[in-house]
Design a protein around this ligand. Structure first.
Ligand code: MLT
Length: 398
């Protein structure tokens, strides 16, 4: 008899975005003539920029020639990409990170989920609520206990410290789903908390490229002491349209350690390399060449234009909702707009209303956690025409 990992019975049958997709598919099957607009999952709609496409084409041609063919990629990523990351994302910002602290991967979703492989089951884990569902679901799969840290308008979406000390803390800023941020001072308080309690912060910075205000940290390592307490996750998905290409990277500083029950102290950097080299065979060479081109001066100029385009969508959505009298959050340093649902509707009631009456798809706030009930998330990743049309349809409902 095959025994199931019973923790899977605790997480429900469907991942949030799979459940949204299921309901949308059901609706489209029943109403094939209706034009549905998705502002649901944060998937990009604008083409990958020319500098990246050119690099991908060139790398593809290399694969057609025995002299330039590349087989398995290094487990930690190609040096050309690691050096580009290091210079642009850290050295140029005055942050001291070493090349062997950078691990290129197939995206922040995998890494934020997989990082639990190297952490003991006994760790008490704190997760902001609402949150990207991967944090809670993967920790439940592993059988860990989770403490939720509510983030609501009442605390300005700034999580309070847990009542009981915790071992691991997930922070995502700019935040998915609320679109809110922490200032340097607010993030410093968390770094200080982790230093004091010897906890580990798992800092998801997937939306870093959307920061527009000066006092918002782009990396947790801007905060003194953070290298002693934090792992940081970065993504090319939202920065450069790589949702379908898959590339990200994770910083595991060499200062970080964890203890065993025998009292040994081991390096998390070493353990993460051990984990990756066993379970992961590297991000595709072609994709890594594409990611490298994101850091060229042309690449940077071109991705900035796409980010501006999405942020203009964010402004259109935010203004549209506010004209309806809805309170909104986010959308300034992040491509997500978080809004209170109208007339006290539950998140899923509002989802059904929008889908059935306006053929607009968003993401129910309650899907991100219990503190998300009564909220709803729109993404700015649509194309302009659809975004304007979606806002028009929502306005027509009221
Ligand atoms: C989201 O919509 O929250 C994201 O697109 C999901 C993801 O990045 O995996």
């Amino acid at each position: 008899m095959i025994k199931l990992n019973e923790h899977y019975t605790e997480i429900g049958n469907n991942y949030l975005f799979a459940e949204v997709a299921r309901r949308v598919k059901e609706y489209k099957t029943a109403q094939p003539e209706k034009q549905v607009i998705s502002l649901g999952i944060g998937d990009v709609t604008q083409p990958i920029v020319p500098a990246v496409i050119e690099a991908i084409h060139k790398a593809t041609d290399e694969m057609a020639n025995a002299a330039t063919l590349r087989g398995y990629a290094p487990y930690e990523g190609y040096d050309f990409l690691i050096q580009a990351i290091l210079k642009h994302d850290f050295v140029d910002r005055g942050i001291d990170i070493a090349a062997d602290e950078i691990f290129v991967s197939d995206g922040a979703k995998s890494d934020t989920g997989n990082i639990g492989d190297i952490l003991g089951k006994e760790n008490l884990v704190a997760v902001t609520d609402p949150a990207y569902p991967v944090y809670v679901d993967t920790n439940k799969m592993a059988g860990r206990n989770i403490t939720l840290l509510p983030c609501t308008p009442a605390n300005d979406f700034v999580p309070a410290f847990p009542e009981k000390p915790v071992d691991v803390i997930y922070l995502c800023y700019p935040n998915n789903p609320t679109g809110t941020v922490l200032t340097k001072l607010q993030l410093k308080k968390w770094v200080d908390y982790a230093l004091e309690h010897q906890s580990l912060i798992l800092f998801d910075a997937a939306y870093e490229a959307y920061i527009s205000q000066p006092d918002v940290p782009h990396s947790i390592y801007e905060i003194p002491g953070a290298k002693k307490v934090a792992i940081e996750f970065r993504s090319f998905s939202k920065t450069a349209g790589f949702t379908g290409m898959r590339a990200g990277y994770t910083i595991v500083p060499k200062e970080l350690t964890a203890t065993t029950s025998k009292g040994e102290t081991l390096s998390l950097n070493t353990m993460w390399l051990r984990r990756q080299s066993t379970k992961f065979n590297g991000t595709a060479y072609i994709v890594q060449r594409g990611a490298e081109a994101v850091y060229s001066s042309e690449g940077q100029k071109q991705i900035r234009e796409v980010i501006q385009y999405y942020m203009e969508n964010a402004r259109i959505i935010k203004n549209g909702l506010e004209e309806l009298g809805l309170t909104t959050y986010g959308g300034v340093n992040a491509p997500y707009i978080w809004t209170q649902t109208p007339n006290g509707q539950t998140s899923w009631e509002f989802f059904d209303l929008l889908l059935n009456q306006a053929q607009v798809v968003g993401t129910p706030g309650s899907g991100f956690g219990q503190s998300g009930e009564g909220f709803f998330r729109f993404t700015a990743f649509g194309n302009r025409e659809n975004t304007i049309e979606a806002v028009r349809r929502i306005k027509n409902l009221f």
